[in-house]
Design a protein around this ligand. Structure first.
Ligand SMILES: *Cc1c(COP(=O)(O)O)cnc(C)c1O
Length: 395
């Protein structure tokens, strides 16, 4: 018999939070924690950011939802902001990252059919994470999360991440391919950062083959890597880009942006969402986008990422327990030489919230873009000490 009324899909740490402010979370016993995870890259502006709080309380008192059967002016404003800052042409709004990717997958298939491809296939990567719905789970490159859910959705071809030659080989042998779906940095896999020109090379291959380049920026978007979208480091434009997490600072929203021929594929009746892009979610996201731009938070993410990683390198280099410290903006990884999953629990006890991913070997830090220098230094000092003690105890 079930022991709790919550379905048992998560192993949770034994802490519950009552409220938050900026980088800090306060538990129900009054203890405070430095949040270096931001609810998994969601609360990029920290907790209870006044601009977001103001936007959603104001909007909630006026209008929360009307459905997409009518014009939604806030949705139009948000779409205009997002297309202007991304270089894309239009947007479909859903409520999560998985839904944004579902929209992209459906778009790619329909694009394929329009090109006369009866069995369109999408290239996806080993180690990828795209969500938990059936199609996005099937696109995800991690067998462990797929087991027991077969039959998976077909139409995906798997290639190693950061391997352009593998994609060229697929291109030469598979006339059914219509798109590539790829994360600019693999987040769940352990902050895997590809070669600097990886996206540029994928862009070229897509151009040569008339494929759509579809970037999953659910985690990398919204300023996290030091540009609003990670592809902006490469000076290219994708055909489709999806985002979610940091877009609503905790209010659920997902977006699938498209450009050029990809922007024409979905037409009335081909896709939809009851809630997607409702006034409340769009008010929150507009406040987020405004704040990221007005407060120069992309630039701040770059500076803060450097400060934090320089600090870790100073304190942890030479430790034979630490294999590598790497980052792009505020996607920060401390890769260990062996599994260290307990570090999530131990750091919680020390008042730091983080997450261990990449098979238990990568300490993943996704701090808010609004973190102060003092908080960053506290994070570096506390966590470095903890890792040193843990490494010493461990052997
Ligand atoms: C979190 C994540 C998703 C899934 O987003 P949900 O909102 O949980 O559905 C998809 N892709 C990437 C890259 C993610 O990090």
């Amino acid at each position: 018999m079930a022991t709790t009324p919550i379905m048992n899909t998560y192993n949770r740490l034994s802490v519950a939070f009552d409220h938050g402010e900026g980088t800090w979370l306060y538990d129900t016993d009054g203890n405070k924690y430095l949040d270096a995870l931001s609810g998994i890259a969601v609360c990029g502006l920290g907790h209870a950011h006044p601009a977001v709080t103001h936007a959603i309380t104001e909007q909630a008192s006026k209008l929360i939802h009307t459905s997409n059967l009518y014009s939604v002016p806030l949705q139009e404003r948000l779409a205009a902001r997002l297309t202007a800052l991304s270089g894309m042409d239009n947007v479909f709004f859903g409520n999560s990252g998985a839904e944004a990717n579902e929209a992209a997958i459906k778009l790619a298939r329909r694009y394929g059919h329009q090109q006369g491809v009866d069995n369109p296939a999408i290239i996806v990567m080993e180690g990828a994470f795209h969500g938990r719905t059936l199609a996005t789970l099937s696109a995800t490159g991690n067998r462990a999360v797929q087991v027991g859910f077969e039959p998976l959705v077909g139409g995906f071809l798997r290639a190693p991440y950061n391997d352009v030659e593998a994609i060229r080989t697929i291109a030469a042998n598979n006339p059914n391919v219509v798109a590539i779906l790829v994360e600019p940095i693999q987040g769940e896999a352990g902050i895997r950062i590809p070669a600097d020109d990886y996206l540029n090379q994928l862009r070229d291959i897509c151009d040569d083959n008339d494929w759509l380049l579809m970037l999953d920026e659910v985690q990398t978007g919204n300023g996290r890597t030091g540009e609003y979208f990670a592809y902006q480091h490469n000076g290219i434009l994708p055909d489709v880009v999806t985002t979610a997490k940091g877009l609503g600072n905790g209010v659920p929203i997902g977006a699938c942006l498209a450009r050029g021929k990809a922007a024409e594929v979905l037409t009335p009746g081909t896709h939809g969402s009851t809630y997607g892009g409702n006034p409340l979610a769009c008010a929150a996201a507009l406040a987020v986008v405004d704040t990221i731009q007005n407060d120069n938070l992309c630039k701040r993410a770059r500076a803060l990422g450097e400060r934090i990683c320089d600090g870790f390198r100073e304190q942890l280099t030479g430790s034979d327990y630490v294999r590598e410290i790497r980052n792009k903006g505020l996607m920060i990884a401390i890769e260990l030489n062996e599994a260290g999953s307990e570090l999530a629990v131990l750091s919680k006890v020390k008042g730091i919230l983080l997450n261990v991913t990449g098979g238990g070997r990568v300490v993943r830090l996704l701090p808010p873009l609004t973190m102060t220098d003092g908080e960053a230094d506290l994070l570096v000092n506390t966590l470095s000490k903890l890792i040193q003690i843990y490494a010493a105890d461990d052997r």
